[in-house]
Design a protein around this ligand. Structure first.
Ligand code: MG
Length: 157
């Protein structure tokens, strides 16, 4: 078994779509970034790459590479899964924290979970997503940023 840890943070800016875990969230601002800026899918990608010892999202999908400009971050996850499948890794489970001051993410958790499970090709009970506020502290607490933390456990078949 191999454990992987992923983290991501993006500044929130006006005029960007707030997409988290592949689900659009109605909001006044969204994560800035070279791709669609989906912090959950970026942290998932890093956790999977880390568990397999395959580097990180920046080396595989550089933000200097024009092919990833405005990219749907699901592409990063799909490509990473191909690397894992080639090495016979299977996802045992994945646990995620989302840190966002507003809007409240509770109404979107189940659709994010379904979307992530579909993307990863795993049963819904293997994926957990939890939403936290930063209690007014620091950039996250001032609603200037959104962050995600992900831990994943892989097993080699
Ligand atoms: Mg990112």
């Amino acid at each position: 078994m191999r454990v992987g840890l992923g983290f991501d943070i993006h500044p929130l800016v006006a005029g960007r779509v707030m997409k988290i875990g592949g689900v659009e969230i109605p909001a006044e601002s969204g994560p800035d970034g070279h791709s669609d800026g989906d912090p959950l899918l970026h942290a998932v990608t890093d956790a999977l790459l880390g568990a397999a010892g395959l580097g990180d999202i920046g080396t595989h999908f550089s933000d200097k590479d024009p092919q990833w400009r405005g990219a749907d971050s699901a592409r990063f996850v799909r490509e990473t899964l191909r690397h894992l499948q080639a090495r016979d890794y299977e996802i045992l489970n994945l646990d995620c924290n989302l840190i966002l001051e507003r809007p409240k993410l509770a109404p979107f958790i189940q659709s994010m979970r379904r979307s992530l499970c579909e993307l990863l090709g795993v049963a819904v009970e293997r994926v957990s997503i939890k939403a936290k506020r930063h209690e007014g502290l620091d950039s996250l607490g001032r609603a200037e940023a959104v962050a995600a933390q992900v831990v994943v456990l892989l097993v080699r078949r």
